[in-house]
Ligand binder design. Structure first.
Ligand code: ZN
Length: 372
């Protein structure tokens, strides 16, 4: 359970709900979580100075529109507790932030539902507002055979749901939101054009695109584990990590470059339980040759690197570029004469899946000439 939760006091109506921040929420099991874009300015956040006040009450007018909308949705669903990162984690206390962010997997997994404010670019935008209309109309199809009546056919614009390259909603571009989606058991997603439901058994949306598809189906784009007809092998799981998680995650945007590994730490934590393997700055100890087969999407220098050290250069987390694993299919041809003699990776803090302070590797194998 998260250390703090927002409590929605019963009895209020939607525009005058009483909210306060409660600590030690272990006894309360039913809470919703919010996945949202912070935007360029954070109108309201919890810091040491306002914590005592927020424990008593957070005035409704002070809540930005996205938070008000999330409280309204939770309250309408009969859920009295809500977790919002910027209010439930002290934003000026690194230790508090590190402890809570290392619990991210549990926080989203244990939420009854995650409210995904996909259409909001910032906390001031909100998501419970009239939606732009999808272009639609009717055409009359005239049969070739004479004497038959024309048939009206309705059409409407296509909505893109799970194609990463075409997704338009602001939250679909953000790095933190990726693992929030993967870790959640149930999501209620407010996109620009429609409302979508997603859980382990079912996904439904208003336009009925790919409805009734189980997460157990391999085509589900937000499955944390590969879903195949047979139980996945370790090779399947490593491939899933590289191709369906790391590759898709790396192209998403971060406000703070140092969050590259922390914003995926919850998924890495889950995956480590599945693999029982050591995490090395976004790669896995027993699959390092496969993990190192990444290249940048443009495949041309210069690499885009953060100003401060973030990961050893053999890890994709060391660059800001989008990556591909085009060479991954060559894994089976990799010369088995190569060997990793030593690998070392030191986390910067308490979380073994979070920021990295330093790392290196010693390899042994044949050398070949390469272009400079
Ligand atoms: Zn749809």
């Amino acid at each position: 359970m998260p250390t703090r939760l927002l409590f929605i006091e019963p009895g209020g109506c939607h525009d005058t709900l009483n909210i306060k921040l409660i600590e030690g929420a272990k006894a309360h099991k039913q809470y919703a979580a919010l996945s949202h874009c912070w935007g360029s300015n954070q109108p309201l956040r919890t810091v040491r100075e306002n914590l005592t006040q927020f424990n008593k009450s957070i005035p409704w007018p002070d809540l930005p529109q996205t938070f008000q909308d999330a409280v309204t949705v939770a309250n309408s669903l009969g859920i009295s507790y809500l977790w919002i990162d910027s209010l439930c984690i002290l934003q000026d206390d690194f230790l508090d932030w590190e402890r809570e962010s290392s619990q991210m997997a549990n926080i989203y997994e244990n939420a009854v539902v995650t409210i995904v404010a996909a259409s909001s670019a910032g906390d001031s935008d909100g998501f419970l507002h009239p939606r732009p209309e999808i272009p639609q109309g009717t055409v009359m199809l005239q049969p070739k055979k004479p004497g038959l009546d024309a048939t009206p056919v309705r059409f409407r614009g296509r909505l893109d749901h799970y194609d990463d390259s075409r997704l338009q909603d602001p939250l679909e571009q953000r790095a933190w939101a990726f693992q929030e989606r993967l870790l959640s058991r149930r999501t209620l997603l407010y996109s620009t054009h429609e409302l979508r439901w997603e859980c382990n058994q079912l996904r439904l949306c208003e336009c009925r695109h790919n409805s009734l598809t189980s997460r157990a189906n391999s085509s589900h784009p937000y499955a944390i584990e590969p879903s195949l007809s047979a139980p996945p092998t370790r090779t399947d799981i490593y491939a899933h990590w590289h191709l369906q998680i790391a590759k898709r995650y790396a192209k998403r945007k971060l406000t703070k470059p140092e969050d590259k590994l922390p914003a995926l730490s919850g998924v890495a934590h889950r995956m480590s339980r599945l693999l029982d393997d050591q995490y090395i700055a976004g790669l896995w100890r027993n699959d390092l040759f496969g993990g190192m087969l990444w290249q940048t999407e443009t495949n041309s220098p210069p690499l885009s690197k953060p100003r401060s050290y973030r990961a050893p250069s053999f890890a994709w987390a060391s660059v800001d570029d989008a990556i591909t694993y085009h060479l991954y299919t060559l894994m089976k041809y990799i010369n088995q004469s190569s060997e990793i003699l030593e690998v070392f990776c030191q986390p910067a803090g308490l979380d073994p899946f979070g920021q990295v302070e330093k790392g290196h590797m010693v390899l042994q194998g044949p050398l070949v000439s390469a272009r400079d």
